[in-house]
Design a protein around this ligand. Sequence first.
Ligand SMILES: O=P(O)(O)OC[C@H]1O[C@H](OP(=O)(O)OP(=O)(O)O)[C@H](O)[C@@H]1O
Ligand SMILES: NC(=O)CC[C@H](N)C(=O)O
Ligand SMILES: [Mg+2]
Length: 490
Amino acid sequence: MCGIIGIVATTEVAAALYDGLTVLQHRGQDAAGIATANGNQLRVHKGNGLVRDVFDDKAIALLVGRVGIGHCRYPTAGSEGHDEAQPFYVNSPYGIALAHNGNLINTDALRQEVFEEDRRNINTESDSEVLLNVFAHELDRERALTPEAAFKAIEGLHRRSTGGYAAVATVLGLGLVAFRDPHGIRPLVLGRRVTETGTEYAVASESVALDILGFERLRDVAPGEGIVVTARGELHHRSCAESVMRAPCIFEYVYFARPDSMIEDISVHKARMRMGVTLGEKILRERPDHDIDVVIPIPDTSRDSALEIANVLDVKYREGFIKNRYVGRTFIMAGQGERAKSVKRKLNPIPLEFRGRVVLLVDDSIVRGTTSKQIVQMARDAGARKVYLASAAPPVRYPNIYGIDMPSVDELVANGRTEKEIEQFLGCDWLIYQDLADLESAVAGPKFPGRRFDSSCFSGEYVTGIEPGYFERLQQLRSDEAKKKRRLAS
Ligand SMILES: O=P(O)(O)OC[C@H]1O[C@H](OP(=O)(O)OP(=O)(O)O)[C@H](O)[C@@H]1O
Ligand SMILES: NC(=O)CC[C@H](N)C(=O)O
Ligand SMILES: [Mg+2]
């Protein structure tokens, strides 16, 4: 997953983009970048690392302009290298920089089409560079540089692109452009700030970025919608897709997003609390006479659900693991070796919360099993009498192809295993998963009963459809093994 942000302000935007990226950091830790537009000049600064490592005061001072975009990256295509950090830039037409969250699934065909028919060069393996060139080509077909021309270009882009994509772009001479795929798989929210010098607009992956910058959250960008904010601060928007079918990614609510964000008018925090309630009720149904002494979350993301499970079970909730706040999220690290090493560096038990007790550990999800296998052992070493494990999401059995880097079924701990076999593999005394129907209704909540989500990594049903052979190609390109080989070769 990546974080994106775009702002049109009445004063310089670089510092605000930087601040916005720091609260989107949990969406991507590999690279960061900002592009600003100043008259007929685009300035771009990007590189590998965390937002705070990529920029210093001098870099921010050089990013002149009142229109700009920012990105923090968690790669799902190409390499982790500097060349594929975003925003990407093309000088024609006009000069465009673009930042993308998501993953295209027709990248190979599009890449060929862009080269052979649009006669444009793609210099990297990134799907986002392809997306930018499709947009640029479509914009080039229009006669004038107007908001309507940008909407027509987005229409053309939607016709040609398949997958998950939310994107922000600066177009020199026009302003800020933003759009979201026709299924609304990846999130994007629109905000407004009224200042003494005029009205300003921002779009961002998560509303938390708007909050900290003092923008009021107006609404989500609709699936298939295009947004243009001109450099003078006029907002234009219209639907740019022939047909739309709202199916936001459920994994945003499970793991990715910050709990203090609102996505599609649903509070992530509340969704996670409701996940805890439904899972707690399932535990009670399956073991009405359970012997659980204490519920312990595996920090950070599972905390909201774990607290509600404890409430439903009417047992104590304890913070039994202390998290090293200087270690990032392990799931979005690039290689399995690094992920596995980081769990121990990241989480350390407080033995007195475990000694002699039957503990229920709670995680938001179990994907590769990297975290839970080690944590179960840590709980035992800390003296737990029995270790149970509950997952607020169902077993992840299928690849995610819309912007979360879990492309290879072989790496998923639930692949080819029954729940009993997973329990044995993780070494716990009891393993319990949320049911998918419960997860979906917990996220939809009372406001949107029956809402549809992209739950493909749990169900194997992909809202965009899949070309034959796609998964095999993906596995070859993006398995941990393939990535390791690429890193060694570069
Ligand atoms: O089964 P796995 O492959 O280990 O993946 C799942 C784990 O990874 C994530 O934690 P992460 O450390 O990334 O972030 P968090 O601090 O937000 O929980 C997630 O919250 C689970 O704990
Ligand atoms: N996680 C994402 O949103 C990734 C964006 C894009 N596919 C990349 O790899 O850079
Ligand atoms: Mg976690």
